[in-house]
Design a protein. Structure first.
Length: 158
């Protein structure tokens, strides 16, 4: 990560270190591209051709040891839809225990166009961010005692 960008985002260098293994050293490390970027970009390790209406798996060139108490969220970059791609599962949740030497993170992309889409080697195709995890226990109740809202899209219903 660029130290100057990190200082600008956080007002100091109080960042946590994350252990990462790159599979192809020619592809850059994950990196925040601007001072205000909330997420870091991840790049394709190899060219992947995704056929029309198909799902393709893009290797993102890293295995990551996510810090305890966090998970790694993988999302499409904001302009990915302009290419005719969207993440097939919406987002990716990478658990802290998915951290073996061969556990390369991949993005699953759905091509919603009528033509093949090529993801080039080295292309920034995903973004990631570490999110704190809060763990809760469950307490079962017969009634919650709250007002029913009615379901999807009911806040604007008359």
């Amino acid at each position: 990560m660029n130290d100057k960008m990190d200082e600008g985002m956080h007002g100091g260098t109080d960042r946590k270190e994350v252990r990462v293994k790159r599979f192809d050293k020619e592809i850059p490390m994950p990196m925040h591209q601007t001072e205000g970027a909330a997420a870091f970009d991840l790049s394709a390790r190899e060219e992947v051709v995704i056929g029309p209406g198909a799902i393709g798996y893009v290797p993102l060139n890293v295995a990551v040891e996510t810090p305890r108490g966090y998970f790694l969220l993988i999302a499409a970059r904001s302009g990915t839809h302009k290419r005719g791609l969207m993440m097939a599962n919406g987002i990716g949740v990478i658990d802290p225990d998915f951290s073996g030497d061969g556990d390369e993170i991949k993005g699953a992309y759905y091509n919603f166009t009528a033509s093949s889409v090529v993801v080039a080697k080295g292309e920034r195709i995903a973004q990631g961010m570490f999110i704190p995890v809060a763990r809760f226990g469950w307490k079962e109740e017969e009634m919650l005692g709250n007002k029913d809202r009615g379901g999807f899209g009911t806040t604007g219903a008359k």
